[in-house]
Ligand binder design. Structure first.
Ligand code: GLU
Length: 319
């Protein structure tokens, strides 16, 4: 009885002090969430291209004759990999065409991934003897420096700044930076992006390059995060290598690549410092791939939408 009285009293008080009309709720769509770790940069990333020392970045080490698969020279870095039974390669799983997970088979595939399989073929005579570790743009150099991976094959531009921390093979692909926008955006290239939000991954040369063009750079971990942000109207454009943009455009017909290349992005296979034998070995495998038509076949399979196969980059060596 006591409880009922208390309830009644509560109800009466609620009625007397409550609003006479129900509160009006204005329906407002919640803004789409940002991808994790997306951030608008207030200052240019430290890897700004002009902060790099000068060097002859694309000159690598001359290969000697390749050892037979399964017979890596005693004491060499390749012999250690052979003894382990698998090559460990840092690749991407978010860059369609270069390094991505095939959602039907669950396998990692793409141009870069096939290069890693070729290295495994050359060491073991078995392209399957490779363990893939997924690395973001920003994770490539740390993975090499910690010895977490033997090589990085992940759309990695050879720069003087990076050469201070890791070594590179000869150039295996010559990419260049362009711009991806929503169709009919009226944006025709990088010049039209002054003051506009432009997405690129943290730790990429692309982010530093767009920052130097007077844009508002937005950084994310993965290239697919940029595509989501473009689709959700959270950025005006994505800017990175034409290879990566081709893969993003292929996933969304409402986007288009505009403007010409405004940078040179020579790709190299990253190798930890102090492993000259592995650099020379990798360069030997690349030579072989250029000579026997493998490079052109890989280009046609993965990058054919960029146009007819160019001649593979000519290797340059410093010694
Ligand atoms: N090639 C550029 C770089 O190495 C962009 C590609 C990427 O980060 O995946 O920084």
């Amino acid at each position: 009885m006591k409880v009922r009285l208390v309830l009644l009293a509560l109800l009466l008080t609620a009625c007397s002090v409550g609003p006479t009309e129900p509160a009006k709720i204005t329906p407002r769509a919640a803004p789409p969430p940002l991808p994790p770790q997306a951030s608008e940069l207030s200052e240019a990333p430290t890897s700004a291209p002009n902060s790099a020392p000068n060097c002859d970045a694309t000159a690598s080490l001359r290969p000697g004759p390749l050892p037979e698969p399964g017979q890596m020279p005693d004491g060499s870095t390749m012999a250690k990999i052979q003894a382990r039974g698998r090559l460990i390669a840092g690749v991407d799983q978010n860059t369609y065409l270069m390094g991505f997970r095939n959602s039907f088979t669950g396998e990692i595939e793409g141009f870069d991934v096939e290069l890693a399989r070729r290295l495994a073929q050359a060491i073991f005579n078995d392209p399957a003897k490779v363990q893939f570790k997924i690395v973001t743009s920003a994770g490539r150099i740390p993975a090499l420096k910690s010895g977490d991976v033997d090589v990085v094959v992940r759309t990695m531009t050879i720069t003087c700044q990076r050469l201070a921390e890791v070594d590179f093979s000869a150039v295996y692909y010559q990419a260049g930076q362009r711009v991806l926008v929503r169709r009919n955006s009226g944006i025709s290239g990088v010049e039209a992006l002054q003051g506009k939000k432009v997405c690129a991954t943290a730790g990429s040369t692309s982010l530093a390059n767009v920052a130097s063009k007077g844009t508002k750079p937005v950084s994310v971990p993965n290239w697919t995060d940029c595509l989501v942000m473009l689709q959700q109207g959270q950025v005006d454009a994505i800017s990175t290598d034409d290879t990566i943009l081709a893969g993003l455009a292929a996933q969304d017909p409402y986007t288009e690549v505009v403007g010409g290349r405004f940078t040179e992005e020579p790709y190299g296979i990253g190798v930890p410092k102090g492993q000259e034998d592995l650099v020379r070995f990798v360069n030997g495998v690349l030579e072989q791939m250029r000579a026997d038509g493998t490079w052109v076949a890989l280009y046609r399979r993965w990058l054919g939408q960029l146009g007819p196969a160019p001649t593979p980059p000519v290797a340059r060596y410093r010694d």
